[in-house]
Write a protein that binds this ligand. Structure first.
Ligand SMILES: NC(=O)c1ccc[n+]([C@@H]2O[C@H](COP(=O)([O-])OP(=O)(O)OC[C@H]3O[C@@H](n4cnc5c(N)ncnc54)[C@H](O)[C@@H]3O)[C@@H](O)[C@H]2O)c1
Ligand SMILES: [Zn+2]
Length: 356
């Protein structure tokens, strides 16, 4: 039994501000939006939850679209199918799109909502831990191109986010670990108290204890809300700290083939490299040891022999580079970050040894 409902506000300084509700009644929350028509995009893996919401909406739900989620649904082809279906179903400008699923579904659903009819409202019901702690909060929506992930996208915040930690019970253990990797990331860059909590509670979290997961989700959402409130459009480097572990993480996803490695797993591995770089740039040994232990307590698949050259080449084309230079988020302590853009190939190659 989860202890009560927790509510975190994402404060954007205007009417777009919204609540993230953890442990509340998602069905009532969707109905509470009071739209005349709804479109529901859902992952078949959570068809039962989607069915409850669709049934509760009755004939106000004019379109449903089920997906087998994964990176390949974040495509122009699927977005186009969604736009066409919405148009056929006469989803109007006052409608709400409800996205129920993991990060791929909330990214796709949010993107379709952001672009259809120049933007309709949407709400996110994240059902993976990764989507709850990260993807569904903050308004970033995107689809992928062959050239790279998330290359076409918009910032379009949901009207609200409803998270029921009980839904994580059916997650595959790799997906649970992937979500915890993003939680570890958030703790490292923004929340020393969450870091302490994860040090104590990671085993219970890996065992899918709903109370522990609810606490972790609430803290991650609060940290992300704080950061997004300060730098909604990722322009002042405040939001950039959430990319800790992502420079090499994205390169690993790219070189291992999307789908082989979960996004969160790639981030867990990328954090090892970013930590090694942080160490050479002066992170104190005591902090480094604690951070290393926490990162390594998140299970990741054995990569076998990593093609270091390919990962270095993919890192060099990271889309987050600025003025042609690849940027790394490093740690100067737990919750203290710095951003560097002068890591040369030799230093990176050395840090990559942390992957094994
Ligand atoms: N927009 C952002 O700010 C942001 C931030 C981080 C990650 N992302 C994106 O999120 C995506 C990754 O998200 P993800 O890891 O949730 O992937 P995902 O959506 O593919 O879900 C992972 C797996 O979990 C299954 N699943 C979902 N809910 C389930 C449940 N309750 N029980 C059992 N199985 C369930 C799915 O069917 C899928 O097989 C990536 O595309 C990444 O780029 C976006
Ligand atoms: Zn991420």
């Amino acid at each position: 039994m989860i202890a009560g409902e927790q509510r975190v506000r994402v404060e954007l300084g205007d009417a777009r501000s919204y609540d993230v509700v953890i442990g509340g009644d998602a069905v009532a929350a969707v109905q509470g939006l009071g739209a005349r028509t709804y479109a529901v995009v859902f992952d078949y893996a959570v068809a039962e939850l989607a069915e409850r919401i669709i049934t509760a909406l009755g004939d106000r739900c004019v379109m449903t679209y089920g997906v087998e989620s994964g990176e390949d649904i974040k495509s122009v082809a699927i977005a186009q199918e969604l736009w066409d279906l919405m148009a056929e179903a006469r989803v109007d400008r006052d409608a709400v799109l409800v996205a129920i699923g993991g990060g791929t579904v909330t990214d796709l659903g949010g993107f379709a909502a952001a672009t259809y009819a120049r933007g309709i409202k949407w709400c996110a019901i994240p059902t993976t831990l990764l989507a709850a702690v990260d993807a569904a909060v903050g308004g970033k929506t995107a689809i992928n191109l062959y050239a790279g992930k998330n290359l076409v996208g918009v910032i379009h915040h949901p009207a609200f986010v409803a998270i029921d930690p009980a839904v994580f019970a059916t997650l595959d253990e790799r997906d649970l670990a992937a979500g915890l990797a993003e939680a570890v990331k958030t703790a490292c860059v923004a929340d020393p108290e969450l870091f302490d909590e994860l040090e104590r509670e990671l085993p219970r979290a890996l065992a899918c204890d709903p109370d522990v997961l609810a606490t972790i989700v609430a803290r991650c959402v609060a940290a992300k809300a704080r950061i997004v409130g300060l730098d909604e459009h990722d322009r002042t480097d405040v939001r950039a700290v959430l990319n800790f572990g992502h420079t090499v993480g994205h390169a690993l996803e790219n070189t291992c083939g999307y789908g082989e490695l979960r996004h969160g797993e790639a981030v867990a591995l990328g954090m090892r490299v970013a930590l090694a770089l942080s160490r050479t740039r002066g992170l104190a040994a005591g902090d480094a040891a604690r951070i290393d232990a926490l990162i390594r307590s998140v299970p990741v698949p054995d990569l076998g022999d990593v093609d270091v050259d390919a990962v270095i080449a993919a890192t060099a084309s990271d889309k987050k580079r600025k003025e042609g230079r690849v940027r790394f988020i490093l740690l100067r302590g737990i919750g203290v970050t710095s951003i560097v853009d002068d890591v040369d190939e030799a230093e990176l190659r050395e840090a990559m040894r942390a992957l094994t």
